[in-house]
Ligand binder design. Structure first.
Ligand SMILES: [Cu+2]
Length: 304
């Protein structure tokens, strides 16, 4: 009897950790609804899935990366005042990286790993989005755009971001930091536990008054600036302006078609590359011309 009992005890001991973190894997259970939208009847969802279309400005996939992100209440314990969090608050990838995210929700509620600000011609609503009721795992793939930009990653379930489930994903060098990222950046509006409520109200009222009185004082300078501008109407329709306008009107329909759906930075990158190749082409012409002239001189030299 004793050996049997100890065997059961041993089996239970080994089984406990497995029971504690029973994560349902939803990969392979998803139905593809097209346009990068996958979901299943168990509540798993992927939106903005893209594993093969290159964003504008990417010549090729720069590298292939795979990350596992955990989400849950326990990851917020180290951030005072927060309730939910991812296990990672900051991500960094090269532009044009093909990124697969394995999202593991450890809470018995719904969480998301939602990325914003992606090019809308490729990602519906500019989003890449993994969502699952936990404890469960769901995976998705996207190709990151070119350029240096900081993207918001959060859980959009009501109040989950405000309670800490927020991160930033920097492509390249990024373009700054987002506020209120747990452990990374300061709160936009920090709680003040030092002052009493009447003191806080008085301070807020004083700030409002200050803003109200500051408004009219800046007006005279604006007026003078406007009047000096109004005094120089000559040259408004100068020759260059007219030529520029005409050229712009001619090129506009072509550009509108070309840049449809691209973000400003992508358009800028495209224009710079076009200008660059134009300069290279002109330089090539000049070198060819010099070569031709030099060759002719070489030919005439022996005759002399
Ligand atoms: Cu959530």
């Amino acid at each position: 009897m004793m050996p049997l009992l100890s065997l059961i005890a041993l089996a239970w001991l080994f089984a406990t950790p497995a029971i504690a973190v029973e994560i349902v894997d939803h990969d392979g259970m998803l139905m593809d609804h097209g346009d990068g939208h996958l979901m299943n009847m168990a509540g798993g969802m992927v939106m903005g899935q893209n594993s093969d279309i290159l964003p504008g400005g990417c010549d090729k996939i720069s590298e292939t990366q795979e990350i596992t992100v955990h989400a849950g209440h326990r990851y917020a314990e180290k951030f005072p005042g927060r309730m939910f969090a991812f296990d990672t608050q900051e991500f960094n990838f090269k532009p044009c990286t093909k990124l697969t995210v394995h999202f593991i929700n450890e809470d018995k509620i719904r969480h998301q790993w939602m990325m914003h600000g992606l090019p809308k011609y490729l990602y519906p609503k500019g989003m890449f989005h993994l969502e699952i009721t936990g404890p469960a795992k769901i995976s998705g793939t996207l190709i990151l755009p070119p350029g240096d930009k900081t993207y918001l990653v959060h859980c959009d379930i009501a109040q989950h971001m405000e309670k800490g489930m927020k991160a930033q994903l920097k492509v390249g060098k990024g373009d700054g930091d987002l506020p209120s990222i747990p452990g990374v950046t300061a709160f936009v509006q920090a709680d003040d536990y030092e002052a009493s409520l009447p003191q806080l109200i008085a301070a807020a009222e004083a700030r409002e008054k200050e803003l109200a009185t500051a408004q009219p004082s800046s007006d005279p300078t604006q007026n003078t600036a406007a009047s000096t501008k109004a005094k120089q109407p000559d040259g408004f329709f100068s020759g260059t302006t007219v030529i520029g306008l005409a050229l712009g009107l001619l090129i506009a329909p072509f550009l509108a078609k070309k840049f449809k759906g691209m973000t400003f930075s992508e358009v800028l990158a495209y224009v710079f590359e076009a200008v660059g190749s134009g300069i290279r082409f002109m330089a090539g012409l000049v070198t060819d011309l010099i070569k031709i002239i030099a060759n002719k001189k070489n030919k005439t030299l022996p005759e002399n």
